[in-house]
Design a protein around this ligand. Structure first.
Ligand SMILES: C[S@@+](CC[C@H](N)C(=O)[O-])C[C@H]1O[C@@H](n2cnc3c(N)ncnc32)[C@H](O)[C@@H]1O
Length: 354
């Protein structure tokens, strides 16, 4: 029996519900079910009608979510899947379009609090960091095998770590004598390079974020996925995305702007290549962030940013320019859900039906 009694506070819960506007009888997808906090509230609002399809690439998370939800609800299905496979999964379930879709990016508190998963620099555990244990490469593989330059690039690009080169050099120096095997070994090494924490942020925070993003390929394909998710929404359907760092938020913001028909290339109009087709209306002019009370109850929510869009009805769409090239580009982004190739990494026997 899995212990689901541990208090779990879903991030920006009331705001997620406010923007999703769950309708009875609707079809919703929670792309990142985690411990099932947001899913539980969506199901509560569905009041036994409609359907919730929930995914996670972490099998342990799915088991926990199942324990949490199954005693009270029947109208949900859980799948061990990467959300990037959504355009493949939905047709298999006979679903053509969605009334709402939630993606709450990043790691769950369960992953962070489990030392054996290796996500936390504060808890001693193997340097693992895989969300899906079927994946081959762990964080230990990266730090012990990658060339110095590639390591530095990852720390810089995904952690925006200023000391990326020095840390990469120290890692490579260290592994000449002994491999780095645990979270705390790496955290201590980073601390030696950067010095002790000056403020509230631990010196290894950015290094761990960068390695986690690389291990799980968190940013790869995110833009394409968001475009496809919008393509799968029914008219008036809503997509809500929560991100936890600026790299993710930038991608969410840019896709939403592009799909709202705005220019995201910032070139002079005559050189602009943006589709300029309005597929959605942006519901959050600025990202929604947790209030101080929410942060006090759940400090991990402090960097959360929520953005939401609503799919327009065909009649509502406005084409800024009607040149052939622009029309073509717009049509491609609307129908992109149908174009995905099945990725090799798709897990087999992944269904966990309840
Ligand atoms: C922040 S947690 C979600 C918490 C959840 N909303 C709740 O209320 O408990 C993020 C979850 O997304 C999962 N995840 C991250 N990237 C994913 C992906 N590409 N596909 C599927 N699940 C993913 C992680 O395994 C983790 O369980």
């Amino acid at each position: 029996m899995i212990d689901t009694a541990v208090e779990h506070i879903p991030v920006l819960l009331s705001q997620v519900l406010e923007f999703l506007q769950v309708r009875k009888g609707g079809i919703y997808v929670d792309c990142t079910v985690g411990l099932g906090g947001h899913s539980e509230e969506i199901l509560r609002q569905l009041e036994g009608s409609g359907r919730l399809i929930a995914l996670d690439r972490d099998k342990e998370a799915l088991e926990r979510a199942r324990e949490r939800l199954r005693s009270r609800y029947q109208n949900f299905q859980l799948f061990h899947e990467n959300f990037k496979n959504l355009p493949i999964i939905l047709p298999q379930l006979g679903v053509q379009c969605l009334d709402g879709c939630l993606v709450d990016l990043g790691v769950s508190s369960h992953q962070l609090d489990s030392p054996e998963r290796g996500f936390s620099f504060q808890l001693k555990g193997p340097l693992d960091m895989r969300m899906d244990k079927h994946q081959k490469s762990t964080a230990a593989d990266l730090v012990n095998q990658l060339p110095k330059e590639r390591l530095a690039e990852i720390l810089w690009r995904y952690g925006e770590e200023k000391a990326a080169r020095r840390i990469a050099a120290a890692i490579v120096q260290r592994r000449k004598t002994a491999k780095l095997r645990t979270t705390t070994e790496l955290a201590e090494l980073v601390e030696q390079v950067k010095g002790h924490a000056q403020g509230r942020i631990h010196p290894a925070t950015r290094v761990f974020q960068a390695l986690r993003i690389e291990v799980n390929q968190e940013l790869a394909g995110l833009e394409e996925f968001l475009q496809q998710a919008i393509g799968l929404l029914a008219p008036r359907g809503r997509l809500v995305a929560i991100s936890f760092h600026s790299l993710e938020d930038r991608i969410v913001k840019t896709v939403f702007q592009k799909e709202a028909g705005k220019c995201v290339c910032f070139r002079p109009p005559e050189f602009c290549t943006c589709p300029r087709v309005e597929n959605v209306q942006i519901l959050t002019k600025k990202p929604v962030t947790p209030d101080p009370e929410q942060i006090m109850r759940n400090p991990r929510a402090r960097s959360a940013k929520l953005r939401a869009v609503e799919k327009l009805k065909t009649g509502d769409r406005r084409q800024e320019e009607t040149g052939d090239r622009r029309l073509e580009t717009g049509a491609r982004s609307q129908n992109s859900g149908a174009r995905i190739q099945e990725p090799e990494s798709r897990t087999q026997n992944s269904e966990l039906r309840t």
